[in-house]
Ligand binder design. Sequence first.
Ligand code: NDP
Length: 271
Amino acid sequence: MLVPDRYAVFGNPIAHSLSPIIHTNFAKQTHQFIGYEKILVPLDKFKETVHAFFLNGGRGLNITLPFKLEAFELCEELTDRAHNAKAVNTIKFNLGKILGDNTDGIGLVRDIQQNHHIPLQNKSILLLGSGGAARGAILALVQLNPSKLIIANRTATKAIELAKEFALEGRGFSELENDSYDIIINATSASLYGESIPLKGSVIRQDSFCYDMFYTKKTIPFLQWAQERGAKTADGLGMLVEQAAESFYLWRNIMPDTKPVIQLLRKHLQL
Ligand code: NDP
């Protein structure tokens, strides 16, 4: 009997994960014979669970909170983007070695450029946040040659340190005074807590594009703030699907069509 190639997402908690729906749809669309599970990994058993998965014939993993850093440390080989992000969200069992990648940044820029038709080249970009999601986005943004890329964070010192790694400028929110931006990307977890970001109205214009990496049925305060100022906005559901597509490509060497899956999830989540 033919056995499907085995993939999974590891996280804790994991019940909410949409990855099985996404990858099952990608596999159907591209005629790939795979199985995809979600696995709740005990907080102190990440390493053992990864090794057991691969010993039992597993081919690849997605890694979500809170294990992206541990995954980075465990991998024997890293892509450049995982190395820069210092975090791994995709693992492939590659010729007996554990290869780590980070597809969040490419997922973000593909969603903005291809799905929302907003070019990033030569644009001034304000990136809010200095955690894992912001870190994962920086290299992909820098590679598109924006005219300016500023990183701002609630804790200013973290933004300054992170920006320095990429020869960029970092600031606290209150130090964003004199400039407005073409693109503002919220990579903080403020929206997760239903909180807004204390930004001055001068950073945004009517022709700005504001993107929040979070997605929810509820109002996202940052996007509401942007809409009240006439700006175009988007949530992070497309990024979720695009980063998954890049993982799928790493594993199967075939790129799925993301649009029908984004539509399906919007319907499923009633977004
Ligand atoms: P981290 O915990 O690593 O970082 C959190 C960041 O948010 C820090 O910069 C922190 O600032 C800031 N922050 C937290 N609360 C507030 C607040 N109330 N006001 C302002 N800033 C705040 O989280 P991640 O980077 O992993 O995730 C950030 C967001 O990105 C989450 O909403 C997550 O769901 C989303 N995400 C979406 C993805 C997608 O595919 N769509 C992929 C990955 C992440 P400080 O340093 O001051 O604490």
